[in-house]
Ligand binder design. Sequence first.
Ligand SMILES: [Zn+2]
Length: 186
Amino acid sequence: MKRYDNFGKYEVAIRKILPKVCQTYLNNTPYDLQSILHSIRIERFPEIPDSFEVSFVRGSTLAFINKPYRIIYLHDLLNHPQTPLDVFKFIFTHELVHMIVPHENIDGKEVSHPPKFWDLMKERSPEKDGSWVWISLTFMWCVKIDYKKECVFVKKNWKKFMTDDRQPISFFLDMIDKCSHGESIL
Ligand SMILES: [Zn+2]
């Protein structure tokens, strides 16, 4: 039997999931994300000559990069007027670092974020720490951080857990500062 003889049985399933995978959403943020992505690439990644596009989708992860098509997909969960600009800058930088740091085999395991990846993030993403705090706390109930698979998965029912308002990054950093000084935050 030829390898492709089995494709027919997947066709129905593929047609079902295709609109979900491919549907894009209009930008609800106040930012021109395409221009921001462009500036990030020019200013932080002089070694990457090609331009990239950005699009909101409802995939399974918070963001991912399609390297051959040069598109960065952001989950619709981020598509909100109060998502801080720094969070987008952080994600764009993260995805672009993937363009220059290949996967590595460490102790027999394929690692997509090897130590060199994190060194470059430290170097090129000044907003890294605050943005990660914001993502972890704002999306606490909507995402699952899978350290083994090195992915931030978005739960299918994420909308149920989100309120209309989102806090600025400084709100969480102040809270952390107070906690670390032994103050009550209530
Ligand atoms: Zn990554």
